[in-house]
Design a protein around this ligand. Structure first.
Ligand code: NAD
Length: 418
């Protein structure tokens, strides 16, 4: 499309979509919101009240008939993402999709085929990849600061029990994913916030690949206890059987082609204060650990840069101890931001102030910016369809692995034609 005018975008799913309003205002030269689609009249009315010039649609199909819409931001419930993205691509629209991109391997392949067939821009809005510390660490990894990376870990640990049941006692779409007999919750049900940044650090789908993955889950306890405490006696979802096919916590391991191991945890049921970031990385020359709560800072230790030195370097015969070694002391973590002169990511250096005025630690702004730029220039988006389905496929693969007592599942190579 022409580079001169803003991309005309419509939001489908007006709840999560609303978090993007400040980012849209800041990026109005690149992207313009022209329509809203939501099956809920209440949600549509709220949007129109604050922005009367918007066109509004009560079905996704009507939205796709709008020829003045270039792109659709799919922010509907998770199980609809792949189907609606394929529909939108086939209708000639570019797509920005909320996470996760697809919930089954069949959907992953359908999405890949639709993007390859139509050639429209598809990007997954994995905003955690754009947070300041995840981009900072990415810059460090790419500069070789950690040496050779051997291990990385990530977690999405967020008590979301109140998002399972509406106040009238009916299940939400999240509740439907976690309850019942479909076993959709016995696995890693939301892998991309934790895996996305790690996959970028490790160059997954570029210089390395995800090979195989295994998952173990805990019993289902906290979600059921909570449901029993908020629902009236006799309500079917207050019974343990309603959540028996669910799990409170899932632990996933992934082996990469280069021999690295990735560890992921997903837990949306256990009670604890929320901490958005759970990451760590280990290399041959240093390590990073994210903060455990808002009062802490992310920490890093780099051999030869941070305070202290590893005793492993100099304690063997023939290894020369440098002058002053005794005074160097043991290695000590340092606050990540102390290295910002050297490793702040250029995107954050340039756009950090604007990014922080939008949601999710700046991620929403940078996602939207990169999507608009990819559409306008026709270039490959930074989180393309192959990344989207590779990261999302951990959900169905983890469910398959749990069903088979934790045996490793091969991760498909979705970019077979590229
Ligand atoms: N990236 C993030 O940080 C982040 C944060 C929150 C939610 N999400 C993702 O965003 C998506 C939406 O989450 P949410 O919390 O807003 O859910 P929600 O249930 O609060 O809102 C979903 C909205 O979609 C509408 N909807 C349902 N079916 C529709 C259809 N067929 N067509 C159009 N609209 C439809 C509903 O009426 C509702 O307004 C989920 O996939 C979730 O995983 C991502």
């Amino acid at each position: 499309m022409s580079n001169s005018r803003p991309v005309r975008i419509a939001i489908a799913g007006g709840h999560r979509g609303a978090s993007f309003t400040s980012a849209l205002e800041l990026l109005q030269d690149d992207i313009e919101l022209v329509a809203i689609c939501d099956t809920s009249e209440q949600v549509r009315v709220r949007w129109i009240d604050s922005n009367p010039s918007l066109r509004d649609y009560d079905t996704f199909e009507k939205l796709l008939d709008d020829r003045e819409v270039d792109a659709v931001f799919v922010a509907t419930p998770m199980a609809l993402h792949a189907k609606q993205a394929v529909q939108a691509l086939n209708a000639g629209k570019h797509v920005l999709s909320e996470v996760i991109a697809a919930v089954s391997l069949e959907e992953c392949w359908e999405l890949v085929e639709a993007v390859e067939k139509t050639g429209y821009t598809y990007m997954m809005a994995e905003n955690y990849c754009y947070r300041r510390e995840t981009m900072f660490v990415r810059n460090m990894v790419e500069s070789g600061a950690f040496g050779e990376i051997t291990f990385a870990e990530g977690g999405y640990i967020h008590d979301c029990r109140d998002l399972n049941i509406h106040t009238d006692g009916t299940r939400t779409w999240r509740g439907n994913l976690r309850a019942g007999s479909s076993q959709t919750s016995r696995g890693n049900g939301y892998p991309t916030h934790s895996l996305g940044p790690i996959a970028q650090w490790l160059g997954i789908n570029r210089t390395d690949r995800l090979l195989r993955t295994t998952t173990f889950v805990t019993q289902s306890a906290a979600r059921h206890e909570w449901a029993r405490s908020v629902l009236p006696d006799g309500h079917p979802d207050s019974e343990a059987e309603a959540w028996a096919n669910s799990a409170d916590s899932a632990s996933t391991l992934i082996q990469t082609e280069q021999g690295r191991v990735i560890s992921l945890r997903f837990d949306s049921a256990s009670p604890r204060p929320h901490n958005m970031v759970h990451y760590g990385i280990q290399g041959t020359a240093g390590a990073f650990v994210s903060r455990r709560h808002d009062e802490e800072e992310p920490l890093v230790w780099l051999d030869g840069v941070s305070p202290g030195t590893s005793p492993a370097n100099f304690n063997y015969p023939g290894m020369a101890r440098p002058e002053g070694y005794e005074a160097m002391g043991h290695p000590e973590w340092q606050v990540l931001w102390e290295l910002s002169d050297r490793y702040e990511h250029p995107l954050w250096r340039e756009h950090g102030e604007d990014a922080l005025r939008s949601g999710h630690g700046g991620g929403d702004y940078l996602v939207l910016r990169d999507f608009a730029r990819a559409v306008k220039s026709g270039s490959k988006p930074p989180i393309d369809v192959y990344d989207a389905v590779t990261w999302s496929s951990i959900m169905p693969l983890s469910i398959q692995s749990v069903r088979q007592n934790g045996i490793p599942m091969d991760v498909p190579r979705f970019d077979r034609n590229s």
